[in-house]
Design a protein around this ligand. Sequence first.
Ligand code: GRF
Length: 199
Amino acid sequence: MKIGILISGRGSNMAAIIEAVLSGQIPKSDVAVVISDKTSAEGLQKAMMRGIETLVIAKKGRTREEHDAEIIVELKNRDVELICLAGYMRLLSPEFIRTFPKRILNIHPSLLPCFKGLDAQKQAIEYGVKVSGCTVHFVDESLDNGAIIAQKVVEVKDGDTPETLSERILEYEHTLYVESVKRVVEGNYEIIGRNVIYK
Ligand code: GRF
């Protein structure tokens, strides 16, 4: 299966997915392209070092729809069937989501539906929860809302700062994202309503 990854920054989840594809842990797949909306994204270098094609498609004052349309063309030109958002800091347009129904994945650093949006780890600390974690989900038209593929619980420790909690959650994100992509590629599931049921 041809995978496209969208990033805006560091790209550590992207690197984990690429490594898993290259090692065969995610079977019968290729990462066809990594697309960033930022020229400065550190992840671009990480993708290039691993021999993956990269593109920068900046928004450049265009509407979200125009920007997304350009990304869709590049993904389609490469026959991409599965899209992984990995620290991609933009909301996708409804048109983008309709073009790849149930084929776009995202990772979020909280146990959804808690702490949607930006700074999820800071939100968790401020709320005072004792556990948080990470979630991989299908992307729908609402922010951090689609059907949940997998979650991992991570302890929030006394004295945690957003930085220490982010770092602890990130270690689990990489494994969770790789396992989730593997499950979607293998296809042994069905989606009933909001529920992803594994066979
Ligand atoms: C991760 O914490 C992810 O959950 C969130 O953005 C961060 C991206 O980190 N969506 P990286 O770019 O994958 O290192």
